[in-house]
Design a protein around this ligand. Structure first.
Ligand code: ZN
Length: 867
């Protein structure tokens, strides 16, 4: 599963609504910009021992969560489902074939949440025999007339109606609800929203729609029959075997899954989807999206066949299942979910063909795809071991970056993952594999994901590529269709490499924290540097780590490296480098999961930027100098940064130039170079960033270029051009020219138009604002709402009432936290209007997210003080 970003993904030098964004960042802890890799090595060392003790105490109080005991083994399910769209009920008949796992059994315990049960019977030679049972709305205990011996099977038939809406409530940050099955706009009452249903089983929510043993260490095969309207498409696991018309516009689809997988991976989706077909060899691929988005889907998911080929090659294990479908749905409760052969994605992946030019969704596509091996083929035996699913899926994003975009991009990705992990670990370090927790949903955090992926990278570095990937191959083939725990991975790696790895798994998987390293380099003998390492992490719970630290330097442009194995709290090595060195790099590629390092001066960062062949090191140098506001050094490297071979460095450089026209005076030729990037850079992100720099410096001079670029195929570029034009103070563009863009549905165009209409006080645009608000979704809607509020507050005041009502509708009904926040923000502007404050307080009281609640409370309090 990929978590939904807590905040919309932001291009950090975007022109868009930085105010709202900052507020959002502040409100939702954990939303981080991807810019900060300042490593100045100071502060941060001393964590309070007292706090650690508190965590320790707290953890002891949490219950120990064992892997589920396997009393019965569920072998196969036949499931017939019909849907009552009106009352959002599922009408089901399940036949379950079970056998005792080891010991004889007389009672069968099944998970079945919020069902109304009909007959529960045993099928004996074609006859039904009603059985006694006890049911408490959560668990169904079925009493067999006689004890079932190991090796014997029993077939149960259970008729039921399930109610996904009952007792639904807040899930976690990763999975925001627990209904299991979701009816979306079931009676087609919401304009512009398609009617559909889809499921989300992880963690234990499949038993909201079929009776099962809802545990990750269970595995079953199944046949599913779905009765659906003829106008709709159904998708499920395995293969579609048959479609049978039942008359009256009703059809029955038969899906067969003949390879065993865990109940939480069972999934269905039903809706008016269009299918884009593709293939990888004999493997059929399907991309399911709302009609009208087929061409966009073909682009968004275009890398899928190549990704499968690459992962197959690295793992030496063919894609394990019958087909692979990817389905984009509305109102998904997470980012995406790796249901076996049928991954489901959030609607942010719904792009039209032109938007798909700048699609950045490869990471989530890789993540769910890699889960088909790690998670689906081999499955974490309990949620305590969740990282055995998520570490791999997370690391696949690195692998794909490395393959597709190169080492620099992959390295930077690792830095971003590290920052995410540190943000969480600084507040509360936890074991990667932890058996004491209150709620399984708590495991979906930056430890299981980010740290897990980083630790796999440590393991790869420790063993080398050949052993690491051969170890993965052994792990997958040995444990195919089985539940696994961390020791299975360790044993596979040990077997392949011939090395003991207990120490590695102990320090990374079973202990808390990470190394914090102080590195002092003595340059007094430049031909033999003395390097002193000190591990300064608090030793209360965090171990002394064994860590291979790469030291590197350059001799006449040639990179030299030496790896030092740091194993002690204090350790000193002589480099014996021979030729004199003026700067030694420690962990130059940033690949180690650790904090600290060598404290560098501004001059040394300047040298790092000039010398390093690693993009991530140049990025770090630039970023650190920017954080220190090292003006002299920046003056030297900014002209180089915007010409750097690594696009992220060019972008970071441009972001530093933005809004500061002093650079243009200081650095002759710089402006021409920035303009060259606008026209020639291979990356649309860089082109739009460069354009933003110029429109900030000298807008009128680029009016002609902007009018041409407003028609650029890339919305990133076109949006930046239009925004530049909207902000022109003299030599304004004609209203009639601006209006030719009103038919566009991309938010970047929409916010630029909105900006023009607001700054120029254009009356009569209320209907366009209304239409655009209704059309936009996701992050686009979030950005637009601020403009929308401002327009009706300042220009289209006559329609203020309706606008307020529309914003309240988003605040009340949106399933996304950040959209409710956006609506709240926009409504704050109307606080002086009659009744608005009272309604905001009402909405605040009904808000389900605690973070938003406290945020709302803060602002409402401030407003009350003002009034
Ligand atoms: Zn995942």
């Amino acid at each position: 599963m990929t978590q939904k970003p807590l905040c919309p993904k932001i291009n950090f030098n975007t022109y868009l609504l930085s105010f709202l964004l900052l507020v959002l960042m502040g409100a939702l802890a954990g939303c981080k910009s991807i810019t900060g890799i300042v490593a100045d090595g100071e502060g941060e060392w001393d964590t309070l021992a007292l706090e650690e003790e508190d965590f320790w105490m707290e953890e002891q109080l949490l219950p120990y969560q064992a892997a589920a005991t396997r009393s019965m083994d569920l072998i196969h399910m036949d499931l017939e489902l019909g849907f009552d769209w009106k009352s959002q009920r599922v009408i089901g008949k399940a036949k379950l074939r079970l056998t005792p796992y080891f010991y004889p059994q007389k009672i069968i315990v099944l998970d079945a949440q919020d069902f109304e049960l009909g007959r529960v019977a045993r099928v004996q030679k074609g006859q039904l025999e009603t059985l006694a049972y006890r049911y408490d709305e959560q668990e169904l205990q079925v009493y067999l007339p006689e004890e079932l011996a190991p090796g014997d099977t029993v077939e149960l038939e259970i008729n039921y109606v399930s109610f996904p809406e009952r007792n639904s409530g807040e899930g976690s940050a990763a999975i925001t609800d627990t209904k299991g099955l979701y009816f979306i706009d079931p009676l087609d009452t919401i304009p512009g929203k398609p009617t559909m249903l889809w499921t989300q089983g992880e963690t234990q929510h499949s038993s909201k729609w079929f009776p099962t043993i809802d545990r990750p260490n269970e595995r079953l095969t199944h046949d599913i029959w779905l009765t659906v309207p003829d106008s709709m498409v159904s998708i499920s696991n395995g293969r579609l075997i048959q479609q049978e018309s039942l008359g009256n516009g009703i059809r029955r689809d038969y899906w067969k899954m003949d390879l065993p997988h865990a109940p939480y991976l069972v999934a269905i989706a039903v809706g008016d989807f269009a299918k884009v077909s593709a293939s990888h060899g004999d493997l059929p691929l399907g991309y399911f999206v709302e009609k009208g988005f087929e061409k966009g889907a073909a682009k968004v998911f275009a890398s899928t066949p190549e990704m499968i080929a690459y992962f197959e090659k690295r793992l030496g294990v063919p894609f394990p299942w019958q087909k692979y479908d990817q389905i984009v749905v509305r109102d998904f409760v997470s980012g995406a979910m790796e249901n076996t052969t049928a991954s489901i994605f959030m609607e942010e992946l719904l792009l039209d063909e032109r938007e798909a030019l700048d699609s950045e969704w490869d990471y989530i596509i890789a993540h769910e795809l890699f889960h088909q091996w790690f998670g689906d083929l081999v499955t974490a035996e309990s949620w305590s071991n969740l990282t055995l699913n998520e570490a791999f899926a997370n690391y696949s994003e690195y692998l794909w970056n490395e393959k597709r975009y190169g080492q620099d991009q992959a390295d930077l990705k690792l830095v971003v993952e590290k920052e995410g992990y540190f943000a969480e670990a600084d507040a509360e370090p936890k074991e990667l594999i932890r058996f004491n927790y209150a709620d399984a949903e708590d495991l979906f955090d930056a430890h299981s994901y980010n740290k897990g992926g980083l630790v796999l990278h440590m393991l790869r570095r420790e063993l080398g590529d050949a052993a690491f990937f051969k170890g993965l191959n052994l792990y997958l083939t040995q444990h195919a269709f089985q539940a696994v725990e961390a020791h299975d991975l360790r044993l596979a790696m040990e077997r392949v490499s011939g090395r003991d790895l207990n120490w590695f798994f102990n320090q990374w998987f079973f202990a808390k924290g990470h190394p914090e390293l102080v590195v002092e380099v003595d340059y007094s003998q430049p031909e033999n540097l003395l390097v002193k390492f000190s591990q300064v992490q608090t030793m209360y719970e965090t171990p002394i780590f064994q860590l291979p630290v790469t030291l590197s330097w350059y001799e006449g442009g040639i990179r030299k490296t030496k790896t030092v194995r740091v194993t002690e709290a204090e350790q000193e090595v002589a480099l014996e480098n021979g030729n004199p060195i003026s700067l030694l790099f420690v962990n130059e590629g940033q690949e180690l999961l650790m904090k600290g390092g060598q404290v560098l001066s501004n001059a040394q960062y300047l040298q790092q930027f000039r010398e390093s062949q690693l993009g991530v090191a140049r990025y770090e140098a630039l970023d650190s100098l920017a954080a220190r506001e090292a003006h002299a050094e920046l003056t030297e490297i900014l002209p180089l940064a915007i010409k750097d071979s690594f696009a992220a460095v060019r972008e970071r450089g441009l972001s530093l130039l933005q809004g500061d026209s002093e650079w243009k005076e200081l650095l002759p030729g710089l402006e021409a170079e920035v303009y060259r990037l606008v026209e020639e850079d291979a990356e649309n992100k860089v082109r739009s960033s460069a354009l933003e720099v110029l429109t900030g410096w000298n807008p009128t001079a680029y009016k002609g270029a902007m009018m041409r670029l407003a028609r650029d195929p890339s919305y990133l570029v076109a949006g930046a051009a239009l925004m530049g034009l909207a902000l022109l103070e003299d030599s304004k563009v004609e209203l009639s020219w601006v209006e030719t863009f009103e038919g566009e549905s991309n938010f970047r165009i929409a916010v630029a138009l909105a900006e023009y209409y607001i700054t120029n006080q254009v009356p009569g645009k209320g209907p366009w604002f209304e239409k655009t608000l209704a059309k936009l979704r996701g992050e686009g809607l979030y950005y637009f709402m601020g403009y929308y509020g401002t327009y009706f507050l300042e220009v289209g005041v006559e329609a203020k009432g309706a606008a307020i009502a529309n914003l309240f509708a988003v605040l009340k009904f949106s399933t996304k936290d950040y959209l409710r926040l956006g609506a709240f923000q926009a409504l704050l502007g109307f606080a002086a209007e009659e009744g608005v404050l009272a309604k905001l307080e009402e909405a605040s009281a009904e808000e389900s997210s605690e973070e938003l609640q406290s945020y709302y409370a803060y602002y409402l309090e401030m407003l009350k003080e003002e009034n």
